[in-house]
Design a protein around this ligand. Structure first.
Ligand SMILES: C=CC1=C(C)c2cc3[nH]c(cc4nc(cc5[nH]c(cc1n2)c(C)c5CCC(=O)O)C(CCC(=O)O)=C4C)c(C)c3C=C
Ligand SMILES: [Fe+2]
Length: 387
């Protein structure tokens, strides 16, 4: 057996405030994030949205010190994983490939080539699969493999998602139990799972398994926790005019407040690292909404980061994956049957619902709106919440 590597996939985040706009441009250029029926419109729209959204997004990053901690935390996770793998007798080099910021997936793949890795485990740091996250990273990796015969000599296995892994569930349950025990009446506190949302069309039209995996994950965490607490699952971080998975976190908090709930323990369920959506959105924005709704005691469970039980669970997944048969391309791009990974190619052309909806939206974001927006700083993009 030749040299062995693990490629950890993550989203990436701006390291400093100047990185915010180009980071947003990369994010909105991704057809798995904005599903446009016409490929040529992707970059102009990404430029437009990133330019106009940058100010609001920068203000949020300034509230958490001016940049995302995602890179540092992912590096610490990679180091801890490499150490744990050594302890269990596996000599493995761990690489980090971010989708929208440094170190980019392309940089990681270049290093993997340079280091002459012969066997690779591809492991997304997202417990649940979504077309918009792991799916997007798999797509660019597939493209690199297709274009480069040297890469095709590397045998690889892929872990599409691991929301039901017992070690991961145990580490989540441990952190929740610790936070509950800080409450004055631990059994009475309401456990509030907040997952990152996706547009409803991803699940309903494209067959994204994300919602099902989130729901199942939440149920399994509660089973592992084995406490009598009531719980709620809601979805955060909605962007843009379309319907996202519901209930929205802000609405669910208001509903709990109106029911007289006084103590909540918020659990970020789709992230394994602290980042803007835990440190700013949950800790600042949702805390404020909860307190205004009458929820007096707002607790938040920390992200797993380098929790030893979690790191060990990743190491066990890698060790198991190394024993498996190499994955084929088809399994990489379509880990879930009937899922539409490539919106432009796989969406039907003609007067389909999707095409009509998107043509309507594009018209809305058209020339007149752009001029009003640029001249006045107000307009349809502010109105629909993109800016
Ligand atoms: C499971 C995790 C995530 C899913 C699913 C996801 C989908 C998704 N995200 C956007 C738009 C934005 N996401 C942004 C930041 C961001 N998103 C995730 C994770 C998921 N996204 C993370 C970890 C981060 C933060 C990185 C960091 O800086 O720490 C942002 C930028 C921040 C902002 O301006 O609000 C946007 C925009 C969409 C549209 C989407 C599904 C289609
Ligand atoms: Fe996101």
């Amino acid at each position: 057996m030749g040299r062995v590597g693990v490629l950890l996939l993550n989203l990436g985040g701006p390291d400093q405030i100047e990185d915010v706009r180009p980071f947003l441009f990369n994010l909105f250029s991704d057809p798995e994030i904005i599903r446009l029926p016409i490929k040529g419109l992707q970059k102009p729209l990404a430029w437009l949205i990133s330019t106009l959204r940058a100010k609001k997004s920068q203000a949020n990053y300034l509230q958490i010190g001016g940049g995302s901690p995602l890179r540092k935390i992912t590096e610490a996770q990679a180091e801890a994983l490499e150490n744990r793998l050594t302890e269990i007798g596996k000599q493995v080099q761990v690489y980090i490939g971010m989708r929208y910021w440094h170190p980019f997936t392309e940089e990681a793949i270049a290093k993997i080539k340079q280091d002459n890795i012969r066997q690779l485990v591809i492991l997304p740091l997202y417990p649940q699969f979504s077309i918009s996250t792991s799916g997007s990273s798999f797509r660019i990796i597939e493209e690199m493999w297709k274009e480069d015969p040297t890469l095709r000599q590397i045998e690889y296995t892929l872990i599409p998602s691991w929301y039901n892994d017992p070690g991961y569930l145990q580490s989540m349950a441990d952190l929740i139990a610790q936070e509950l025990d800080q409450c004055s009446n631990p059994d009475q506190a309401h456990i509030f799972f907040s997952a990152h949302g996706v547009p409803q069309s991803y699940v309903e039209e494209a067959g994204d398994p994300y919602q099902r995996e989130i729901e199942e994950c939440t149920r399994l965490v509660m089973k592992t926790l084995n406490r009598p607490n009531q719980y709620t699952l809601a979805y955060q971080s909605r962007v843009g005019p379309v319907e996202w998975l519901k209930p929205y976190t802000e609405d669910a908090l208001e509903e709990l407040g109106s029911q007289g709930v006084k103590d909540i323990v918020v659990v970020p369920i789709s992230f394994v690292s602290e980042h803007i959506e835990t440190l700013q959105e949950i800790d600042i924005e949702y805390r404020e909404i909860a307190e205004e709704a009458g929820i007096a005691n707002f607790h938040r469970v920390p992200a797993l980061n380098t929790h030893p039980v979690f790191i060990n669970s990743l190491a066990q997944m890698v060790a198991k994956s190394l024993e498996e048969e190499p994955t084929t391309f088809d399994q990489v791009t379509h880990p879930v049957k009937n899922m539409k990974m490539y919106p432009q190619e796989s969406w039907e052309w003609g007067m389909t619902t999707a095409a009509e909806v998107w043509n309507g939206r594009l018209a809305m974001l058209g020339f007149i709106g752009l001029i009003i927006e640029l001249v006045s700083g107000q307009g349809p993009l502010h109105f629909v919440g993109l800016l």
